[in-house]
Design a protein around this ligand. Structure first.
Ligand code: KIV
Length: 285
């Protein structure tokens, strides 16, 4: 993407131009800055932060307050990519009124430009109402982590023909409701291709194979910062955790051995001032 703010129009245009969209997650200021510098198209402040930042078992406990806190930090560092704020569990499922209000809070208090929510056909009316209120929505179908227990765990979706057909129907319903793009998670690669062909808006895959309109990964998975479990669809482009652990070990040893801080990391005091100080201490005894 060129050095300018990415809009939802650019995202839609990318599919028309046959250009693959690059999306990553970020949860704080340093990663917001790096996403910006790397020049990705879209940054998702995902509720996956529950697992990779907060150490929770899943995303269900993530609240609106958590999301707003992290979106604000990312927005401070990330200038050009389109910033997506993830709607946490039960912030949009209770009523359409709640959904619009909470979507608006992510934008007004957090500062993101668009929101994302999980769900297929059943959530089309909610999406339609949020879009009508002037808030761009990114959908999320296939494996929907917030309702993973209802799906029987973090499992590939669309295994048989009728489940796969349902996912295509979900994609069409979301497009009809007005999403500007959608995430498709953990489905067989041939189904990913069929979903991308079934709709005109970009389908961004995570574990949906190569024949979709772009890819997203959880950044902490991709850089090996979080490796409690690594899903099949994750490619670790680096393993940063051992690098950090090595640095922490060296720091610990140098502090214990009295090697750190050396003179180059210590402030000097003019000899005259030091002499005067010692004299003052002496005099006050
Ligand atoms: O929360 C998240 O990071 C997500 C991605 C898995 C797409 O929803």
């Amino acid at each position: 993407m060129v050095d300018k703010k990415v809009t939802i129009l650019d995202v839609r245009q990318a599919k028309e131009d046959g250009r693959k969209l690059v999306m990553m997650t970020a949860y704080d200021y340093p990663f917001g800055l790096m996403a910006d510098e790397a020049g990705v198209d879209i940054v998702l402040v995902g509720d996956s932060l529950g697992m990779v930042v907060m150490g929770l078992e899943g995303t269900v406990e993530v609240s609106m307050a958590h999301m707003i806190h992290h979106i604000k930090a990312v927005v401070r560092g990330c200038k050009n990519p389109l910033i997506v704020g993830d709607m946490p569990f039960l912030s949009y499922n209770t009523s359409i009124r709640d959904a619009i209000q909470n979507a608006g809070r992510l934008m007004k208090e957090g500062g993101c430009e668009v929101i994302k929510l999980e769900g297929g056909v059943d959530f089309a009316p909610t999406i339609r109402a949020i879009v009508k209120a002037g808030i761009p929505v990114q959908g999320h179908i296939g494996l929907t982590p917030q309702t993973a227990s209802a799906l029987g765990g973090f499992k590939m979706q669309g295994r048989d023909a009728s489940a796969a057909k349902q996912i295509i129907d979900d994609a069409k319903a979301l497009e009809d409701a007005g999403v500007f793009s959608m995430i498709l998670e953990a489905v067989p690669a041939p189904l990913g291709k069929l979903v991308a062909e079934a709709v005109e808006v970009p389908v961004i895959g995570i574990g949906a194979g190569p024949d979709v309109d772009g890819q997203v990964l959880v950044t902490h998975d991709m850089v090996g910062l979080f490796d409690k479990f690594v899903p099949k669809f994750v490619k670790q482009y680096t393993r940063i955790r051992p690098v950090i652990l090595e640095a922490l070990g060296a720091y610990k040893k140098e502090v214990q051995d009295g090697v750190f801080p050396g003179p180059e990391h210590s402030f000097k005091m003019p000899a005259e001032a030091l002499g005067q100080l010692k004299q003052m201490i002496e005099n006050s005894k």
